[in-house]
Design a protein around this ligand. Structure first.
Ligand SMILES: [Zn+2]
Length: 154
């Protein structure tokens, strides 16, 4: 039986969209954009708005910070101790239009040596985990080929 592809968090992205984007919400009154999405009230303390529309976030941003996880965190972090730990890279990406920073894992094969603050990255569909019945989908950040950053400085 084929496994079911499911987003790790429903409503944060459309895993099957041709134009893959994170989905936030924008306040109709003040224009503030929220991610994770806020659907019930505007979190801007100076705004009484309560109507928010879903908006796709920018597909590209710039690296604001980054790090990697080289060892298994202790409990309560959930992981299978019998499975070999695979290091991963985390990237905080600044989206200029939305004036926010969004975290995410870097695409497989992208390490801290491939990143630099200010370098351009783009959002791509990713897989967080797989089990017998599901493929849990997520988003990854990937350096934009030929963009400014470490490569350009070399
Ligand atoms: Zn507002």
């Amino acid at each position: 039986m084929p496994r079911i592809r499911k987003p790790v968090v429903p409503g944060w992205f459309d895993q099957d969209a041709a134009d893959f984007r994170l989905l936030g919400t924008r306040c109709r009154d003040c224009g503030s954009v929220f991610f994770p999405r806020e659907d019930t009230f505007c979190r801007n303390p100076g705004c009484a708005g309560g109507e928010l529309d879903e908006v796709p976030l920018s597909r590209r941003g710039t690296v604001w910070s980054y790090t990697d996880g080289r060892y298994r965190p202790p409990a309560p972090y959930v992981s299978d101790p019998d499975v070999e730990w695979r290091p991963y890279t985390l990237v905080a990406v600044e989206l200029a239009a939305e004036r926010m920073v969004v975290l995410g894992q870097a695409a497989p094969g992208v390490g801290v040596a491939d990143l630099a603050v200010g370098a351009e990255v783009e959002l791509v569909p990713g897989v967080l985990d797989e089990d017998a019945e599901h493929i849990w989908t997520t988003w990854w950040w990937r350096p934009v080929a030929g963009a400014s950053g470490r490569e350009a400085a070399a």
